[in-house]
Design a protein around this ligand. Structure first.
Ligand SMILES: [Zn+2]
Length: 259
């Protein structure tokens, strides 16, 4: 009886493992994309002894823990961010499956969440949103929409609306642009959001991102704004997209019951 592996448990374990692998690859993307380095080669090497990391020392979650965060050869510390992103990747996949079930919607949502995570971190660290990620996201979002409830028409409309709204706002409303620093990367990011989530999510994500960005600007980031440093708006948009995807319906019904 105890040996029975329930299908849902099986799929959740698979999702966590695959998510951790994507999280592991996210480490590569987050380091290399903003530096214009190739993401296919060379293979990862230790910054201490320059030795290549063997496949068995590169297993998501396990390797970092077994090696206690140190290089096998020279003992140079390996940043815990590798482990953190692998765990985050696993959580993205688990969250997507928990919300959408073991369906194509779930797979689509898992990939979307991991892309959002990578974009949020890269924009936060470098103030850029690599087109490689957003264009891949647009293609994936559109491709999945043919097989999910969203449908290709709404996906394409969402893509166009997402891009169009940011373009219109950044041309017409310089005040916000000056404050949060919207740029071409944000246009592409919102196009990706529209492709994955459809037209109705676009205003919700924009609103959520603006609220989070403003809250950050008037609290933690006060010094930054005074120093005319722009805020990474993409990070807030990505965070808002995650909330809208996982909890949007719930937030909306809760809001409606309040008033
Ligand atoms: Zn080493």
């Amino acid at each position: 009886m105890a040996a029975t592996l329930y299908p849902m448990t099986f799929w959740m374990i698979m999702a966590a493992i695959l998510g951790a692998c994507f999280g592991s690859f996210s480490n590569v993307l987050i380091y290399r994309l903003p530096r214009n380095l190739s993401i296919v080669g060379p293979r990862s090497f230790c910054p201490g002894c320059k030795k290549q990391v063997s496949w068995y020392d590169n297993i998501p979650l396990l390797s970092w823990i077994l090696l206690r965060g140190k290089c096998r050869h020279c003992g140079t510390g390996i940043s815990p961010r590798y482990l953190v992103l692998e765990v985050a990747g696993a959580l993205c996949a688990l969250g997507a499956f928990a919300r959408f079930g073991v369906t194509l919607e779930g797979v689509s949502a898992a990939l979307y969440l991991i892309l959002l995570l990578d974009i949020a971190i890269i924009d936060w660290q470098h103030m850029i949103i690599p087109h490689t990620l957003t264009i891949s996201g647009m293609v994936l979002g559109l491709a999945f929409s043919f097989f999910t409830a969203l449908g290709p028409v709404e996906s394409a409309l969402g893509l166009a609306l997402g891009a169009g709204v940011i373009l219109a706002v950044s041309y017409g409303y310089k005040l916000i642009r000056g404050m949060v620093g919207m740029g071409g990367g944000d246009v592409m990011l919102m196009a990706m959001v529209g492709a994955f989530q459809g037209i109705w999510a676009v205003p919700a994500v924009l609103f959520g991102g603006a609220v989070m960005g403003t809250l950050y600007a008037v609290t933690v980031g006060r010094g930054q704004v005074a120093g005319e440093t722009k805020l990474p708006f993409g990070t807030f948009l990505a965070a808002a997209a995650l909330v809208v995807l996982l909890a949007g319906d719930w937030l909306w019904t809760t809001y409606l019951t309040l008033f």
